[in-house]
Design a protein around this ligand. Structure first.
Ligand code: 0GY
Length: 308
């Protein structure tokens, strides 16, 4: 008789598994490159998915993530807690502990988190907390709770990661701008890439970045943003290029493996790596995007040592 938990772990209907045979990228990341947005899922029979989840993913283990890291030519990962695990960070911590220092994490916590729990997450390599404002992923998010947690993690040197969609930015703008830590925005705030890169919608996101030097952006997920279909993602280039060129010292990049909630195709991670030089055209921009910036945010002690 399977356990109650296992019965609940049938993948969401229509869920597309991650690409099992990605191509070897032609672009070679610079030495020390960091994949700064990826996840581990389960395995569900060891690390159960959260009861409040909006989707049930396929399992995507730490070993599979580390194998992909090596295959793509990357050195480190930043593993980000996804909503399917709620505020249960055990799978994340397990992956961090197994990474031999090559992974750092972004957790999800609730107001009830204790100082001792925050300390334990820090010791495991967590350096930030994520708040998901995407309505299809989370029912309600209490901004008072977000502000309170942000105040608590500030003295630890952690940052806040936020995920929202472009049409929601006007509603949240002032609140986001008031956050007291570094703030990392997932996937450029999910612009609608059929709209002009110089238009008001993306303009508001660029304003947030320009007027608030504590804001960073992940120039990730062309596969989610593109309307032009698998592997090409050409329509995303002007948006990503704009962010990289305007804010070269505050951008990060990640695969988003294992690509939760993709409904059109399983992205080829090798092709995603080959997308990097299209948005970061020079060696210098690539080094900042893939090495200097993520190292400064997630392994600051190594950056300081290098500079000393
Ligand atoms: C991503 C994107 C998605 C999912 C989540 O936490 C999550 O469940 O972030 C999405 O569905 O767009 O970056 O993983």
């Amino acid at each position: 008789m399977p356990s109650q938990e296992k019965i609940g772990f049938e993948k969401t209907k229509g869920w597309i598994d991650w690409h099992s045979n990605p191509s070897k990228p032609i672009f070679k990341p610079p030495p020390g490159a960091v994949d700064a947005h990826c996840h581990v899922f389960g395995p569900g029979d060891v690390f159960p998915y959260a009861p409040e989840r909006k989707y049930t993913p396929c399992d995507a283990s730490k070993d599979q993530l580390f194998a992909l890291r090596d295959f793509l030519g990357f050195s480190r990962n930043v593993i980000v807690q996804a909503t399917c695990h709620g505020a249960d960070n055990r799978a994340l911590v397990d992956a961090l502990n197994a990474s031999k220092g090559k992974a750092r994490g972004v957790a999800t916590v609730k107001r009830s988190v204790t100082d001792a729990e925050l300390k334990a997450l820090d010791a495991a390599g967590v350096r930030g907390v994520r708040f998901n404002f995407v309505k299809r992923l989370v029912d309600v998010l209490d901004k008072g709770e977000v502000a309170e947690i942000a105040q608590r993690i500030r003295p630890m040197g952690w940052h806040v990661v936020i995920y929202f969609e472009a049409q929601e930015l006007p509603e949240h703008y002032d609140f986001f701008a008031s956050l007291p830590t570094d703030v990392v925005v997932d996937h450029m705030g999910r612009p609608d890439v059929t709209r002009p890169v110089d238009g008001p919608e993306f303009g508001l996101f660029l304003k947030l970045m320009r007027e608030h030097p504590n804001f960073w952006s992940k120039v990730s997920c062309p596969e989610r943003l593109s309307k032009t279909g698998p592997d090409a993602y050409e329509d995303v280039i002007p948006f990503a290029k704009r962010v990289v060129e305007l804010f070269p010292d505050r951008v990060l990049w990640g695969t988003d493996w294992p690509h939760p909630n993709m409904t059109t195709h399983a992205p080829d991670d090798g092709k995603l790596v080959d997308f990097i030089p299209k948005m970061a055209a020079t060696n210098e921009l690539q080094r900042k995007l893939l090495v200097d910036n993520p190292m400064r945010l997630y392994w600051p002690e190594e950056t300081q040592r290098r500079q000393a």
